[in-house]
Write a protein that binds this ligand. Sequence first.
Ligand code: NDP
Length: 385
Amino acid sequence: MSDRPKNVVILGSTGSIGESALKVARDLPDRMRVIGLAANRSSEKLANQVAEWGVKEGCLADSTLLNDFKSRLPAGVTAHTGEEGLVEMATLPEADLVLIAIVGTAGLRPALAAIEAGKDIAVASKEILVMAGEAVMTAAREKGVRVLPVDSEHNAIFQCLEGRKATDVSRLILTASGGPFRKKPVAELADVTVEQALNHPTWEMGPKITIDSATLFNKGLEMIEARWLFDVEMDRVDVIVHPQSIVHSMVEFIDGSVLAQLSVNDMCFPIQYAVTWPARVANSLRPLDFAELARLEFEAPRWDDFPALRLAQRAGTVGGTLPAVMNAANEIAVAKFLENSLRFPKIWETVEETMDAHDVIDHPKLDEILAADAWAREFASGQLT
Ligand code: NDP
């Protein structure tokens, strides 16, 4: 690639990852040029971003707010909306890289459209690889484009694997902070509040992923994400709790050596590497100060107290439409929990009930994945009314 900055479209620019991506762009103007921004309903915030970054294309997915969005835009900006709008943004002719940072599954079609148009994609939205990992990775291989991981754990593994042979790898080891309830007795989990669950010990993130970190579904989703991103079987994807979130993940090789990637826990690190890859570029981020780190601890996850991990192992091992079903049921249950209308353990109970009731389709096509997703949402909602 030439020395010009990479042209980047950010889908989900008003969220936590989106804002970190804009921080990276501000820090590295010679490397990253923002050319398109998209969000769902944050009309004013998105319009302000569009104006600040001088981009000519913006998309507010919720079409009921399109007029409001248009009225806030500077002259000369094209406003898009709906799923078609996200697809148009993902396929802008001048885009080199599309960052998918939309919470949930709405990023799937735009991601596939970007790949089809020959763009590299940087994926924060783990849900799309959980739902459709096989389809996304196959499409990327066929088109010869890159799927660059933004999730800090997968970005770490991506870095540890660089230049290594797949046959040399014995295990991928994802680190997990353990979430706010790492030490909570199992009997007390039934009574935790939304506020407690949103109080993540080490990362500041959007509400959905923060609840997923509390149930450990986040790590479960990441196990499946890793399975597809790095093409390894589920039983070679392991999890270790590491409360400090400094070691972002590790790869164990067949000779017993382990490589790890470490940094301060700031999502700007993995976002930057996804944008500048394969180059390493100096930045203004705070480097690790080992003298300041009191210690790095590791402990086994509480598999029996946090059933999300085993449910994800099962979904990833069975494959087919089951991961999409797990993901969709979890989204429904988390939304209800965030509305204060569900007790915490009911999240994984609902997911398990929905998975048990599903007839799995192997090697599903996109429409079968979307149908399984829709079925699971309806079934899970039915369980919760
Ligand atoms: P946030 O809730 O902070 O932000 C979500 C973003 O997605 C917002 O810009 C939102 O727009 C947009 N969005 C939501 N639905 C749609 C839609 N239908 N169409 C278009 N845009 C939409 O989430 P996060 O930034 O925390 O997470 C984003 C993704 O990244 C998730 O998949 C998460 O799992 C993953 N991730 C996040 C990490 C983090 O540190 N935050 C770490 C690793 C992965 P609006 O503001 O209008 O609602």
